[in-house]
Write a protein of this length. Sequence first.
Lengths: 118, 142
Amino acid sequence: MTYPNHTNLLTLRRLRAAALVEGATLLLLVGIAVPLKHLAGLPSAVSVVGPIHGMVFLSYLWMVFNAVSSQSWTGREIGRMLGGALVPFGALFTVSLLNRKLSLLATQEPGNTGGSAS
Amino acid sequence: MSFLWIKAFHIVAMVTWIGGMLMLCLLLGTLSRAPVLRLPQERRLMFMVRRWDRTITTPAMVLTWILGLAMALQTGWLAMPWLQVKLSLALALAASHGMLAGKLRQMTGDAASPPWVGLRFAAGATMATTALIAVLVVLKPF
């Protein structure tokens, strides 16, 4: 593969960070803002966290498709990446998938015999 | 900032975003018909379009979304079905842009990367989605 592994590694690391932020904002929205709206009558929490999560979700979606089109991903992996963004704690699964892909790529780096992907 | 100013900048950002996407579609669509080995001038053009995409098109997409969400929150349109359909179409456009940018990055970095046949239809799909969005926004049919 002549396409530089370094660029792929960078893309996957950014995607991993985006997955974590997306998971965190989804948890904030579903775990705190929505209960505050319905149980405590405070809709302002949703109107603040909702758009923030929307923008983070958009960035995540953009980055998933960006990574998918420039690297080899299976349909199942793409499904996991997208599905994981829709359910609370789904980010944990997507991050583990990305960690596996990162480890695999890191071992393919020229002069690298293995080691940390982070 | 008043609603009309936000709307004006939203439209400017949207035109910049879609214009950049169409440029990407046309470049990648043309390259997908060409031999896999790139000429130096083709590679230079790819680098230039990639730089334009990073510095102009992608920030324009982000600005379009921020201003669009600001308008939707200001007007309370988020609950309306036409806007929800429009948001889904805009998400599809954003995903498509991510895909095109990724493909260009791959093709720029790897001279021998095989082009993707679906790229030939990307410009048409982008135009059709944009047209649908425009109709939804103007007519607000439901």
